[in-house]
Design a protein around this ligand. Structure first.
Ligand code: DX5
Ligand code: ZN
Length: 221
């Protein structure tokens, strides 16, 4: 199945964001992925509401916001107001997951839950029917440009089975180290949405790379 592609703004040129946002608008990207890091949940700080508010005015694609922050439940409404269409929170960062997911959905956003590489998918068994998306981190969160963790394929396959068993319609997103080599294997394993930062923004022709990622399923044998 053809995957959705969500380029990650973290690898864009923040000195000339307008040109990268225009590239996204003119590309076949489905969503724009925005990584919010607080320096507490992850060892890095990215950007926040002022950047989001400015990006939303220029980008025509849905904003896919990935919160790598502690207590994400305190900011759900603020991210809706900042233009998020999809809001993903980390399993490891929230106390009352069901309550936070319910709030995200009641505010009209798609709700996602992200798992760090060490967190088993079985922990989502009861919550899966309430989710629109599960984000499998295929690197340790915090930085772009890291190497893909190979064990992620098996995790995606396990999650796909669990989604079917629980009658969930959640989509599977993969984030971290995605490139043109592993993309077809990820789709084959069950990924529906691929996030790509370094692979897109540091390629000679980012629009062409987005389109190659989007068509990677055609190379699956
Ligand atoms: C990492 C972020 C990713 C990151 C991906 O913590 O969640 O979205 O931007 O970057 P690449 O594709 O370069 O690994
Ligand atoms: Zn991300």
């Amino acid at each position: 199945m053809q995957p959705l592609i969500a380029p990650s703004l973290l690898s864009a040129n923040f000195g000339n964001l307008d040109s990268d946002l225009e590239m996204i608008n003119n590309s076949s990207a489905d969503w724009l992925h925005l990584d919010i890091m607080d320096g507490v949940f992850v060892p890095n700080i990215s950007f926040g509401f002022p950047v989001l508010n400015s990006v939303r005015k220029k980008v025509k694609k849905p904003l896919d916001v990935h919160l790598m922050i502690v207590k994400p439940e305190n900011y759900i409404e603020s991210f809706r107001d900042a233009g998020a269409s999809v809001l993903t929170i980390h399993y490891e960062a929230v106390d009352h997951l069901h309550s936070a997911i319910t709030q995200i959905r009641s505010l009209g956003m798609k709700a996602g839950v992200s798992l760090n590489p060490h967190t088993p998918v079985i922990l989502l068994e009861e919550i899966l029917p309430y989710l629109d998306m599960v984000l499998i981190m295929s690197v340790n969160p915090g930085f772009g440009g890291q190497a893909f963790i190979e064990g992620s394929y098996q995790k995606i396959r396990k999650l796909k089975i669990l989604i079917a068993e629980t009658g969930s319609s959640a989509k599977i997103q993969v984030d971290g180290g995605v490139n043109l080599g592993n993309a077809p294997l990820l789709v084959k394993a069950g990924a529906d949405i691929l996030v790509a930062g370094n692979t897109v923004f540091n390629s000679p022709d980012p629009q062409e790379t987005i389109s190659a990622l989007k068509n990677c399923h055609k190379t699956i044998t």
